[in-house]
Design a protein around this ligand. Structure first.
Ligand code: HEM
Length: 438
């Protein structure tokens, strides 16, 4: 170790209030400008977090040192997610992660997405058509329903409406059971644990009894591919582990996609010129069947740049939590083994050094190629980049196409929707818009 390596004790600390949940990216970008890419944040609950911000930090965390950083420990310390959801792909490390990621990757290839694009189109069309006759909708609520159904059908392999509803009910109860919150609500932790185990049991039964559960492992959904694989000891994947993977796909796949898509639709709703451009663009691509060709939608520079800008300004995952499994150095500081760190996606995205006028929604910024690598990282990067990124981009593009093809949108409220992170992005109070038929 060189003499110039400094201890984390000598880092600057910024103190933040409760509004950190809303203005996180801007606050972190400002701190990075003043103090450099590594500093402590003392939050309103008096908790101290080590933050790393900026392209260099992203490159270190996502690429050069990803082997020395635990995802599972990081997410568990930040959210307690493993206790609640089990140890799905998102939370695995090392060889256990590599095996599952390799097994499941074919389900996310371009051709696999092509195979399910028709189903995705149909589900979106069914939901969007059901808005007909309504004068307003909450975009977040509606898109949340669509992406849950898409995840249940495309990722988990459910087919019947009853099973999809049951999955949604059980999944929501599971994620709302917060073990740490129970002390405040005086609900005995043992009761919560018991209910959590019951729900996991019901989820296992659901997977077993759905029509295709008998053949789970023979189809081509991500869950099928996992069911057909084995763990590090060569043992077949247990039902409990399968539920954990299904939970990880649901939490990683639909909460994220719905918030990004709802915030983007709102941006389009609030700019009439842009809205007419998007509507004209998608109407050119409408096929006689009433569907859209996802390759054409994904190939549209306008839609691609809009999704990139929404990803930049409203990153659904604002930070990547990690625990160091070896001593690391960054920017002259020693990060000892066992340290928890947060690599900030939103802080990078709001950095004026990287993006001019960062607070502004301006999709045209992507018309020119980005000069700075590791700057747009809403889907992370490197070997553990989001496995569902192309699926998410396809879903968002198709939702935009179906909505703008049918309806003209207009914001319903004077004030803009408020993006809140806890820890994933969601709009406080929803995103209401007025609808009229095109
Ligand atoms: C707009 C939508 C989405 C965003 C912004 C997003 C973002 C991310 C990010 C930032 C990570 C890295 C997390 C970390 O390293 O700690 C990640 C990982 C992951 N995402 Fe996504 N995601 C989205 C949609 C999806 C979808 C549709 C799926 C479908 C299954 C998905 C599945 C996953 C999985 C399984 C991982 C873990 C991959 C691994 O560790 O190997 N995501 N996502």
């Amino acid at each position: 170790m060189g003499e110039s390596v400094r201890s984390l004790d000598s880092l600057p600390t910024i103190t933040v209030g409760a509004d950190f949940a809303i203005h996180r990216g801007a606050i972190l970008a400002q701190a990075e400008r003043e103090h450099g890419p590594i500093f402590h944040v003392l939050d309103h609950l008096n908790r101290k977090w080590l933050y790393l911000v900026g392209p260099e930090a992203n490159r270190m965390v996502m690429l050069t040192h990803h082997h020395d950083l635990s995802h599972g420990e990081g997410w568990e310390r930040l959210t307690g997610a493993i206790q609640t959801l089990g140890e799905g792909l998102l939370f695995l490390d090392g060889e256990a992660h590599r095996l599952i990621r390799t097994a499941v990757s074919p389900a996310f290839s371009g051709s696999a997405i092509g195979d399910v694009a028709g189903t995705i189109n149909q589900i979106i069309e069914k939901h969007v058509e059901s808005w007909r006759g309504r004068v307003s909708v909450d975009l977040y609520e509606e898109v949340y329903r669509i992406t849950f159904e898409l995840s249940a059908v495309v990722l988990v392999g459910l087919k019947e409406e009853r099973s999809i509803k049951d999955l949604m009910r059980l999944f929501h109860e599971l994620v709302s059971l917060d073990l740490r919150g129970t002390e405040e609500t005086r609900s005995p932790i043992s009761n919560v644990r018991a209910r959590r185990n019951e729900i996991r049991g019901e989820l296992i039964d659901l997977l077993r009894t759905v029509a295709n559960r008998k053949q789970l492992g023979t189809g081509s959904t991500p869950l099928d591919l996992i069911a057909a694989s084995s763990d590090v000891d060569g043992v077949a994947i247990s039902d409990e582990a399968l539920v954990a993977h299904a939970n990880a796909f649901l939490i990683a796949g639909h909460v994220t996609t719905s918030s990004l898509c709802a915030f983007l639709l709102y941006q389009i709703a609030s700019d009439q010129t842009l809205q007419e451009r998007v509507a004209a663009e998608v109407s050119r691509m409408l096929e006689p069947s009433g569907c859209f060709n996802h390759r054409q939608i994904n190939g549209s520079p306008l839609i691609t740049d809009l999704i990139k800008e929404a990803q930049r300004l409203f990153p659904p995952v604002s930070e990547l939590p990690r625990v160091a499994t070896a001593d690391l150095t960054f920017f002259g500081y020693l990060i000892p083994k066992g340290t928890t760190l947060l690599c900030s996606v939103s802080g990078t995205h709001m950095s004026a050094k990287v993006f001019r006028d960062p607070e502004r929604f301006d999709h045209t910024r992507f018309a020119e190629p980005q000069s700075e690598p590791w700057s747009l990282v809403g889907f992370s990067g490197g070997p553990r980049r989001c496995i569902g990124a192309n699926m998410a981009i396809t879903e968002v593009g198709l939702i935009i196409a179906h909505v703008l093809n049918r309806y003209a949108l207009e914001p319903k409220n004077e004030s803009e929707p408020v993006p809140v992170y806890s820890p994933f992005l969601a709009p406080w109070g929803g995103i209401a818009v007025r609808l009229s038929d095109r």
